[in-house]
Design a binder for this molecule. Structure first.
Ligand SMILES: [Fe+2]
Ligand SMILES: [Fe+2]
Length: 202
């Protein structure tokens, strides 16, 4: 699958990012890079926690192990960018977007359902990151930063599909598709709510 097709698929996302976000982004690179750095860090941490929780799922462990390295590499790239520009890694902010997504996860019940929701949470975060990076790669004034975000966009598109494929490895495809649709509908509501409250998400 080409990256372009990946991105098209991602736009199963129901709501585009507010275009004003790019203007905001170009105004405060330090805040954007700080948020981005923590996003990468959390992605690595979440993959580690899934490996710990699902150590009996051989393919999941094998597929997520290299993603940990990749996400940590992303974190270091962002750190490097901050340093080059004499900017500081700021404090980690409350991640309201991720918190809202986690609320939608099924707790209790069958392990299969919990696994599905955990994989789809990551797929959603990756898809939304990819969409935001796409917007940054198209909308920022600085050509270097546009290319910088284009590379992240491609990588997160690959992660998005990997989480969906992992779900389909362990769970009936029809069930995955049906639940993904519910996640997409829920995410639209989260985005609207955060927009209303003026929360910035990464
Ligand atoms: Fe990443
Ligand atoms: Fe990722």
């Amino acid at each position: 699958m080409t990256h372009t097709e990946d991105v098209k698929n991602i736009l199963g996302l129901q709501l585009p990012t507010d275009p004003r976000w790019v203007d905001l982004a170009s105004l405060d690179l330090e805040a954007i890079l700080t948020d981005h750095a923590y996003c990468e860090q959390k992605a690595a941490l979440t993959c580690i926690s899934y490996i710990q929780r699902y150590s009996h799922l051989e393919k999941l462990v094998a597929d997520l192990a290299p993603i940990v390295t990749e996400e940590w590499g992303h974190f270091r790239l962002v750190l490097n960018e901050l340093k080059k520009r004499n900017l500081q890694l700021g404090k980690q902010r409350r991640d309201e977007y991720a918190n809202q997504l986690i609320k939608f996860q099924k707790n209790g019940g069958r392990e299969e359902d919990r696994l599905l929701d955990q994989l789809l949470t990551m797929a959603m975060i990756e898809a939304r990151s990819c969409e935001r990076f796409k917007r940054l790669s198209e909308g920022l004034n600085d050509e270097y930063m546009r290319n910088f975000y284009r590379r992240f966009m491609e990588s997160e598109a690959g992660h998005y599909t990997l989480f969906i494929e992992l779900a389909e490895t362990y769970i009936d495809k029809e069930k995955v598709r049906k639940r993904w649709k519910e996640w997409l509908d829920y995410e639209v509501e989260v985005m609207k709510e955060l927009e209303v409250r003026g929360d910035r998400i990464h």
